[in-house]
Design a protein around this ligand. Structure first.
Ligand SMILES: [Zn+2]
Length: 267
């Protein structure tokens, strides 16, 4: 029987039959895959912790009847801050869904896996940073998916962006305020374009645009290393990040709906 090991992030856990669990995992080299966890294992404390959703663990597998089974598992990083805060846990579920969406079976995971691990680490370790982490994760995920916005300068006049501007979500470009006024003076922007797609213009302050530029261009390890100090800029950056990712992935996520519902219920 062939045995092998891999470090993997637990994206999903589904009950399977009376006792077993079906784990959806992602590893750097192996990409996304599923493995079965035998019921008896869940009674072992060490393995129960290692196979919780959004845990980074070292797994030992064996193949049987063309299927992967977990032989043993030990947690490398449990992200403990997620386990005591339901809002963070719901956000982690959304991150995991994005990773699922942007990964393939048996193809190397690429940048989306370290991005998610960094996001989970910060979510677990920091308080009061969830909105910033979520928006940076969303924007960078869109970049990884191939939708890098052009954010250095205004798409219309080519001048560097310094103050208030708009993110033209459909076209992945920034437009400065005078140019947007010029555009709308020529012909009012229809909310639904000719192709049936919706025009989305997200207003941004200069600081929010600078954050967007930073996240799109930063070295993979440094994506979250920026600050947004004023509440308005943070709010606009967060709206733009979410709108940009969802528009380009052309879908919504029930996990995001759950997170939003929980946030509105708590505020
Ligand atoms: Zn302009």
């Amino acid at each position: 029987m062939q045995h092998y090991t891999a470090d993997a992030l637990v994206l999903r856990v589904q009950e399977h039959g009376a006792n077993d669990k079906l784990l959806t995992l992602i590893s750097a080299d192996g990409g996304r895959f599923v493995a079965m966890l035998k019921g008896g294992h869940s009674t072992k404390h060490r393995e129960a912790a290692a196979t919780e959703p959004y845990t980074w663990s070292n797994f030992e597998f064996y193949e049987k009847n063309g299927f992967k089974w977990v032989k043993s598992a030990s947690a490398l990083e449990t992200f403990p801050g997620l386990r005591y805060d339901v809002e963070k846990l719901f956000l982690a579920a959304y991150f995991a869904d994005i990773v699922y969406e942007l990964s393939d079976e048996r193809a190397p995971a690429g940048e989306i896996l370290p991005l998610c691990l960094n996001a989970l680490y910060l979510l677990s370790a920091k308080t009061g940073e969830d909105t910033r982490i979520k928006a940076a994760f969303e924007l960078r995920a869109a970049v990884i998916a191939g939708f890098c916005p052009t954010v250095g300068a205004c798409a219309d006049c080519g001048r560097p962006i310094s103050g208030d501007c708009y993110l033209d979500v459909m076209n992945g470009a920034l437009v400065c305020e005078p140019c947007l006024s010029a555009r709308t003076a020529l012909s009012p922007l229809p909310e639904i374009g000719e192709s049936g797609t919706r025009h989305i213009l997200c207003p941004l302050t200069g600081s929010a645009a600078a954050a967007l530029f930073y996240v799109a261009q930063a070295e993979a390890k440094r994506v979250f290393s920026f600050r947004l100090t004023d509440a308005q800029s943070l709010d606009l950056f967060a709206r733009a990040g979410e709108a940009y990712l969802l528009h380009h992935l052309e879908r919504g996520f029930p996990s995001l709906e759950n997170y939003r519902r929980l946030c509105s219920f708590r505020r």
